[in-house]
Write a new protein. Sequence first.
Length: 288
Amino acid sequence: MEGTLRPGSIVVGVDTSQASMIALDWATTLAQQTRAPMHLIHGFSPDRPDWAFGMGADDDHFHRAGERVLNRARNRIQLRDRMIQVSTGLTGSYPAAAMVRASALASMVVVGSHGDSLLHISSIGETAHQIAGHAACPVAVVRTDLNLENEYRRILVGVDRSELSGKALGWAFSQAERINAEVLAIHAWQPRDAQDPGLGSAEWPSYADACREMIESKIADQRAQHPGVKVMTEVFQGNPTRALVTESHASDLVVLGARGDGGFDGLHLGRVARDALSHSTCPVVVMH
């Protein structure tokens, strides 16, 4: 039912929502840039409250409806580029679970910030939140209000001392090279008090200088591998989420690790990543 997934595919969750179609278009562009195949997944959960009006419909009804959604999505891709290989999968289980399973072979999972549920209470839907926290590959969450025609040619990447931050930098440089964009690498830090162990006995200017050295050290290898990519670095004193969201207004993409160097063992999605997914004005790629 969930189809045959080619390794390295870009997996996209599709339904009838506007966010899903915008995410599909974004993923199609990425597939063109990376020459990756695409795998489309549609799922329906039997306990969804907005399907109460469909009670009495049998499994065949939902299967046929799902196939129509997948066929429309496939046609949308092929109208843009018939060279993209497209496979599909239909699941009668939770769509997040199917996409997390698919992430084991995927190069990226792409999902809209909200699906076609009627319950748009939070700034990011539960399916997108679950996938961003549990996938085994990078996850891109695309918001409904994305303007694909407004290009800044800039990729914003959050940097700290974590391993996932290094992965975020590597992906950002590779993508920037593909689309001829610049990279803005930022680090933001908000001390709790004068005795914050992150600051120690140093003053803010000394801490900022140390952070710039840390960022430069992390991007040195990327500069060597991608010499044509222009990169800028900024260190902010303040809330990391606010810095990322502010800079997202003039960026095409935000890239960051699922967890920073804080939190605790076993944490799937850190506070900064969670808040950036909810409030950034451009697509967010979360690295795992």
